[in-house]
Design a protein around this ligand. Sequence first.
Ligand code: ADP
Length: 249
Amino acid sequence: MKQLRRPDPSLRYESQDISDQVADLRQINHKLVMLLAHELGSPLTHVLGYLRLWQERAPIFERVELDLVVEQALTLKDRLDEILLLDQLEAGLWELRCEPTSIQEIVADLVQSQRWRMEEKGLSFSTHIACNDPVNADKEMMRRALDHLLANAYKFSPPRGKVELRVDEIGTYCRVAVSDQGIGIPLEKQSRIFEPFYQVDLTRTRRYNGLGIGLKLVRAIVEQQGGCVDVYSRVGEGSTFTVTVPLAQ
Ligand code: ADP
């Protein structure tokens, strides 16, 4: 008869040790982010306040340079907010307010804010909506997630490409697909782009700008709404990112 082996008790201690260490690291990470948010966030808020005052009073010939400085300060603030939000979502300190939400309203809002940028780059931007039912989502966060996917589609597309946003109803779910005809992502790297600070190719990303946590944030937001994010891409042909969330009951 086959003898059952007893589990090695030392292994249990080892896995306990590892999960304690992971919890400790998460705690250190959280403290570091809070410190960063406070030590950089507060002075930055002041800098932005003074810059805005200066912008109001500045003579015309100073405005162009001043606008550039304000733009850079705002980018810094956005990145800091992104890091803070991701940390809060992961630590369970930010609870999404999911309620019946019109996906059509979110799309209309996104079209209004993104169209001019797309057109400025010569991109044709189209939408196709085949889902009339409300989704169960946090409106602001859902908007933020889709806005990031559109910003990536814009960023990684050559001028005169096409960007499409499609909304379809699939059973009890709503699927939003953002497609571009941009540079694409190699198959072996597609699962890694959702890791924090991972960028496919640092040389090309430096050219395109970014922190590399946007997709991780998108996934955290969508998964907290009971949905999922997927990517389909071919190098040189383009990418499609899909966000699937449940319809409201
Ligand atoms: P970032 O803010 O740097 O764009 P993301 O987390 O949004 O960070 O994306 C991670 C990486 O995934 C990007 O740096 C880029 O290499 C790749 N990526 C994301 N979206 C696209 C896309 N639409 N086309 C090509 N590459 C993409």
